[in-house]
Design a protein around this ligand. Structure first.
Ligand SMILES: Cc1ncc(COP(=O)(O)O)c(C=O)c1O
Length: 386
């Protein structure tokens, strides 16, 4: 199998798996219990929190565990809006993940005003538009750090500068950037930042929200007062330990990994562009998470390409995994200004830690004849779509 859908989810790193199975076998205690097995579990959570804090340049008390990246995004936006009842505006972008888009839509129905900052054809947000959108009513600006479909990186530090002049809180969804590009919370200057374990070779169903000390926020989930009363519910202890181990590995390996992955991705990109005609690369040419490649194969249905590759045990995604089961064209590709037929011909290839040179060479052997054959039977004329 050649797995090239690392933006959808990553395989569990064997070291994370070992640490989690050790934990599950040896530690069943409830971290809220005061006797030793509870205290042991609590201590392991503290260690994981410390590792994550270190990786982000934060302090331990600023990390709150959540059930996913989605929950972290929901918590950041809804929690801040709840904490500022006299403000009702949210500024976000037109290419956010559904975890942010749907939260904004929900709050809009409840009476909030949501401003969607547009992007240019490379997916970079319009900073002037954002600046002009800020009003005394703005409670929060939530702009993703790197996009999950095209990899484009947003100028978070510059957004923070604009926001801070007016005392506005800034959240960034760093689910697709953490581990791939620097994510120091002080360099970025953000007040809130979301991460998710299963995008960094950790387990599914565990994420975290960085909340800068002193940030006013209300909890989303009420109950037994865990996580400094900000996220109740008995902790997903094994998940937290797995996330901690995944982050420890990132600190050890990500620099070397990212350099290697960037080279592989470039070889794949150059190979596709050299061997296949009428392909359109989507996303920023340079200011992009290098492991993400998004290509429109003009004149084809992306699903046909995906399924043909799957018969060779090569796994990629159409547009974004989060919208895979929907007929709708990806809102991200739409925001870039792509025609619907072009958007529907789009494949996302996302590389990761376990990909090899051999994977790239195999894809470059298998993909061109697949595209050629499908084009022979396609009713669409790629020339009309350029
Ligand atoms: C940018 C971004 N934000 C949030 C999420 C949601 O994270 P999770 O799957 O942990 O809910 C994803 C997952 O695809 C993502 O890519």
């Amino acid at each position: 199998m050649i797995y090239l859908d690392n933006n959808a989810t990553t395989p569990l790193d064997p070291a994370v798996c070992d640490k989690m199975s050790w934990f599950l076998k040896e530690h069943f205690g409830n971290p809220s219990s005061l006797y030793p097995i509870g205290r042991d579990a609590k201590e392991l959570i503290t260690q994981a929190r410390e590792t994550i804090a270190q990786a982000l340049g934060a302090s331990r008390s600023e990390i709150i565990f959540t059930g996913s990246g989605t929950e972290a995004d929901n918590f950041a936006i809804r929690g801040v809006l709840d904490a500022f009842p006299d403000k009702n505006e949210i500024i976000t972008s037109s290419i956010e993940h559904p975890a942010v888009v749907e939260t904004a839509n929900y709050l809009e129905k409840k009476g909030a005003r949501v401003i969607y900052v547009p992007v240019d054809p490379y997916g970079s947000i319009d900073l002037d538009f954002l600046k002009d959108s800020i009003t005394p009513q703005t409670a929060i600006i939530s702009i993703m750090h790197a996009n999950n479909e095209i990899g484009t990186i947003q100028p978070i530090a510059e957004i923070v500068k604009l926001a801070k002049k007016q005392g506005i809180l800034v959240h960034t969804d760093a689910v697709q950037s953490f581990g791939k590009i620097p994510c120091n919370v002080d360099d970025l200057g953000v007040d809130l930042l979301s991460i998710s374990a299963h995008k960094i070779y950790g387990p599914k169903g565990i994420g975290a929200l960085f909340i800068r000390k002193g940030t006013k926020i209300q909890p989303l989930i009420l109950g037994g007062h865990q996580e400094r009363q900000l996220r109740s519910g008995t902790e997903n202890t094994a998940g937290i330990v797995g996330l901690g181990e995944a982050v420890r590995l990132l600190m050890e390996k990500s620099e070397e990994d990212n350099e290697r992955i960037a080279k592989l991705a470039l070889e794949l990109k150059n190979g596709i562009e050299a061997q296949i005609t009428k392909v359109r690369f989507n996303g920023h040419p340079t200011n992009r998470v290098k492991s993400t490649l998004n290509f429109a194969f003009l004149g084809l249905e992306a699903e046909a390409v995906l399924l043909a590759l799957a018969t060779k045990e090569i796994y990629v995604s159409t547009g974004s995994a989060c919208s895979e089961d929907s007929e709708e064209v990806s809102h991200v590709l739409n925001a870039l200004g792509l025609k619907p037929e072009v958007a529907r011909s789009t494949i996302r290839i996302s590389l990761g830690r376990f990909n090899t040179k051999k994977d790239v060479r195999t894809v470059l052997q298998e993909l061109p004849p697949i595209v050629r054959k499908l084009r022979e039977i396609s009713a669409l004329d790629p020339d009309l779509l350029e």
